[in-house]
Design a protein around this ligand. Sequence first.
Ligand code: 0X9
Ligand code: ZN
Length: 301
Amino acid sequence: IFGWNAYYRLNDIYNWLDSLEAQYPGVVSVVVGGTTYEGREIRGVKVSYKAGNPGVFVEGGIHAREWISPATVTYILNQLLTSQDPAIRDIAENYDWYIFPSFNPDGYEYTHTTNRLWRKTRSRSSSLCYGADPNRNWGFHWMDGGASSSACSETYAGSSAFSEIEARSLSQYISTIADKLSVYLSFHSYSQYLLIPYGFSNAHISNYDTLMDIGKKAINSLSQRYGTKYVVGNIVDVIYVASGGSMDWVRGEYGTPITYTYELRDTGRNGFVLPAEQIIPTGEETLDSVLTILQEARSVI
Ligand code: 0X9
Ligand code: ZN
């Protein structure tokens, strides 16, 4: 019923999350991180084998059309619960995981029913156009470059910081666990980049060298399995100015030390419409890099 040979609808993902709670009692708990404009839950899971581990937050699907993101996040979640590889068991059991496959459920459903290339939320602003870019709406350096004040733009930042209920309610949820978080990982597509804060500036943050060093090791691990090449660097240096992103808010508000944004496969041949045959290989190589990040993070958190 659920797997990684096809892309799934929101309710399929949510039913699978619920099934994990039943299958792994005392380890997996379903958590609700927020609510959407159209009234859907933003559902995730906490995976914890023992109390007091450092926390890892995994965010997927903030951009609706980037289907490989929720698919990769559920792949990683499944491996954390089922892998017998000792290295995977080690990170699974010695971190506490907060995993949200879809930060933008309304948009994700809209890409299944109506417009495969929809990116934003589905809120109705006063104007002609629907939605804001949920990765421009967070309240750290909001509208400080690389974001639009035009409601019809794909990078519309919203009418104010946290105008979107998805970003607002998720930020409130994250606030309740922020003191436990050591790592924040955000998954987008596409372009094969591993990005470090911030998106409003390319000034070197306090642990820039550490993040670059770990990032290089991570993309090297990622490349070993299928030869997939990534580039690591600051958002502005590698892609463009983009303010109001979720990772920037987590880092800026709480100083979470280890934060990365992935731009997953591919480099444009298929773009957002990545064939489902690539879900498993993308999941495998991405998990290889996440393993490296979390192994390396141990010595700095
Ligand atoms: O523009 C974006 O939001 C991301 N690229 S995408 O093609 N997936 O839309 C880059 C996100 C950069 N992250 C932050 N600014 N925090
Ligand atoms: Zn994106």
